[in-house]
Design a protein around this ligand. Structure first.
Ligand SMILES: [Zn+2]
Length: 233
């Protein structure tokens, strides 16, 4: 019981930290030592930074200017908490679980950074790939031949390069393709294709019903990847 409680707390804190790190990545000019409100710039007190609870107690508004805080922040924290608890239930090995949580943290950071800046930070993407490689090599059962599992990612990277170089249109960054390449290492080709299809469907729905002009694709890919991975774990 205490194990699941700690896992939930870890997940929540990791989700909160990943979003904060992505915000700092997108706004390098903010170099204050403490987090500030996006809107009024007031420094936040430790109480405001408590994941989820702080949001509920402040009724989803900044305590200083009253501006609404997007529900996406606490929802991501709840998602990460649920995720770590569920992964902890399925993975008894502490080393495996650490790499799995690291992978989730990096995936959430990548999704949020892509949403804010429309580009995928390469260093974090590399670390994500390293986590998937370690999981594949040392912990998870082999899913098939590695080259086959790279196929969906290679197709996506080729498509992105083709669209950019020949059609001169940037529909999809190569970063999304590299994420799919790393995802294939742990999901295997079959489930990677499922995840990409689910993400494309979610992206199309957001494009059709949303108001945004450009839809970052990585957040959809990350959600689909994490859910499919948890499902087949
Ligand atoms: Zn404020």
């Amino acid at each position: 019981m205490i194990r699941y409680f700690l896992l939930g707390l870890t997940g929540m804190a990791a989700g909160s930290f990943a979003q904060c790190a992505a915000y700092r990545f997108a706004h390098p000019e903010v170099n204050a030592r403490r987090s500030v409100c996006d809107h009024c710039g007031h420094a936040l007190k430790p109480f405001d930074l408590i994941p989820v609870l702080g949001y509920i107690l402040r009724q989803g508004r900044c305590a200083y200017c009253g501006k609404k805080i997007p529900a996406r922040y606490p929802l991501t924290e709840v998602f990460c908490a649920f995720y770590c608890i569920e992964a902890g239930r399925k993975i008894p090995d502490a080393g495996y679980l650490s790499f799995a949580c690291g992978m989730v943290f990096l995936a959430v950071f990548l999704a949020e950074a892509d949403r804010l800046t429309m580009c995928v930070p390469g260093a974090a993407l590399g670390l994500f790939g390293l986590c998937t490689a370690v999981i594949r090599l040392f912990y998870a059962e082999k899913t098939g031949n590695l080259l086959g599992d790279f196929a969906p990612g290679i197709v996506m990277i080729s498509f992105a390069v083709f669209a950019e170089k020949i059609l001169k249109k940037e529909w999809m960054g190569a970063g999304d393709g590299f994420f799919v390449l790393a995802a294939g290492v742990v999901l295997g080709a079959y489930y990677t294709v499922w995840a990409v299809m689910a993400a494309s469907f979610a992206g199309l729905c957001r494009f059709a019903f949303g108001k945004e002009e450009r839809i970052p694709f990585l957040p959809d890919l990350v959600r689909a990847f994490l859910l499919v991975w948890l499902w087949i774990l």
